[in-house]
Write a protein that binds this ligand. Sequence first.
Ligand code: B12
Ligand code: SF4
Length: 502
Amino acid sequence: MTALERIYSDSRKAPLRVAFLNEPAQDETLGLAYVAAYIRQEHPELTLAFFDPSQEPVSAVGDFSPHLVLFSVVSFDVGRYLQCNKRLKKELSPYIAVFGGPHPTYFPDMIQQEGVDIICRGEGELPMNHLLTALKAGNDIASIKGLWVKLDGEVSRNPAADLIVDLDTLPLPDRELIYKKAPVRAKDPKKHLMGARGCPFICSYCHNSSAIELHPGGKSWRSRSPAKVVEEAEILIKQYHAGYLTFNEDIFAGVKIPWLQEFSERYSRLGVPYYANIRGEYVTAGLASMLKKSGCSAVGLAFESGSESYRAKYLFRKLSNEKLIEATRLLRQEGISTVSPVMLGLPFTTLEDDFNTLDFVCKANPTHSNTLIFQPYPGLPLTRQCVEAGILEDVSPNVVEFNNFFKPPDLAGIDYPQVTRLNDSFALLRFLKQTFALEPRRVFRFLPHGPVTRWLNIFFRYLAFMHVFRFRRTISQRIGEIMTALGSDVYGLNRKKKTPEW
Ligand code: B12
Ligand code: SF4
């Protein structure tokens, strides 16, 4: 019996069972929570359950005997979930495996992988609703917008579903589903939410450039109304004891000033600090003060590189160094902390360029600047440019081997051993320069490369991190936070994730 035959037959007798599979190690997975809430709203009779493969045995899912298993995956860990799915496919009664989230959105050919039946590109609410309606009615599922469907080895590649224009029509994400199985997330005083979706920019190293291609002419950036956002924030504070909120959207404030004005008035009454991402070009004295009044305590203000010309030419981020310094200053003046990530080992750069970035960070002086070594994701404009220039082998967008996206990058011309050393000592070098005026290049020459330097660097990253996220939590919550961060590379440990037992 195929999964489809089982579903068509069972759905006549009893409601279908839908399993959501994810490891909410660091944050609650909002994508799945949104999809779950929408399914609950449109198909209230269905039974939904969440499983965490790192905490539960395969038999737990087996006992539930799902008709559909839903996975939300980023490229970073797609290999792990494909492996989970293969194991489940061997042990469970036939079911339909649906993969959604950033990886299938940008690399839809993952549908060719063994065990994958359906992939969802982009927003999952409407396609999943249509899929379940069709399954319940025993109808054909091959031509649902937003989904690529593999039936008897044949793939139907359907166009993207329309973007949800009015985000207020969506129910609030079903966090309860996740919290029941991940009490550590429920107890975490730091909660995440989305005030908007999409991004109006097209940075060359970021998937939003291809997200725009998915919906040509569509308005990518959409916000919820301030009233709805604050309503959700209130629930997080009252029901889930949130003491700090993080807005996960790519661009928070500034895209619409009247939005921020209304939000500011409503949110300021809650008295809970929050974090959000903004772009330097939006920061004015007025915006910084409005953010402060609303309760904003920290913002993500990406620098990416210390070179203005490099940013404009290669990253498609046309913003002067002066503006970034000014934005950081205006925010600091209001008492708002800034987190300014930078990428090291960027294509067509040298180690000296990375030191220049460090100099720029010292000059602009954000509260925290985390570093990452540039990873060329297949298909993105900057990756294509590397391939054309002959400094990178063409990588098929379909490569989804385990940990493929986390293996060291291999751009010709980049001195990775030295870039890794700099990555492992960036926060320490910054501290030494800003506190004792020690020249980073000189210190770097004498700095031993090994665990002592790495752990010292982690210590300074931790100090900066704590300075950004100032809110009340217990000692055990702090320890939990550190352990999670160490295990998830927040402190730059670059530890490989273990494949789950499944
Ligand atoms: C918050 C965040 C994080 C958090 C939490 C990640 C998480 N797993 O939730 C943290 C800090 C841990 C993180 C880490 C990383 N992140 Co991150 N992160 C984000 C961010 C800013 C928001 C995610 C979010 O909450 N979205 C809101 C929900 C509603 O959107 P969504 O997840 O896309 O879900 C919708 C659809 O995709 C779909 N959907 C999702 N799941 C499913 C499942 C099914 C079955 C269906 C049908 C549909 C469906 O429906 C949802 C509702 O419409 C996104 C950017 C973005 N704007 O999404 C980057 C993003 C996901 N991160 C990214 C990256 C690269 C990383 C890191 C690898 C960075 C690094 N080098 O360390 C790590 C990976 C660690 C990991 N294992 O997840 C990339 C992923 C690219 C890719 N190819 O996969 C993104 C897209 C940023 C970008 N534009 O490049 N990240
Ligand atoms: S501003 Fe941020 S989210 Fe938007 S395209 Fe650039 S890197 Fe991506």
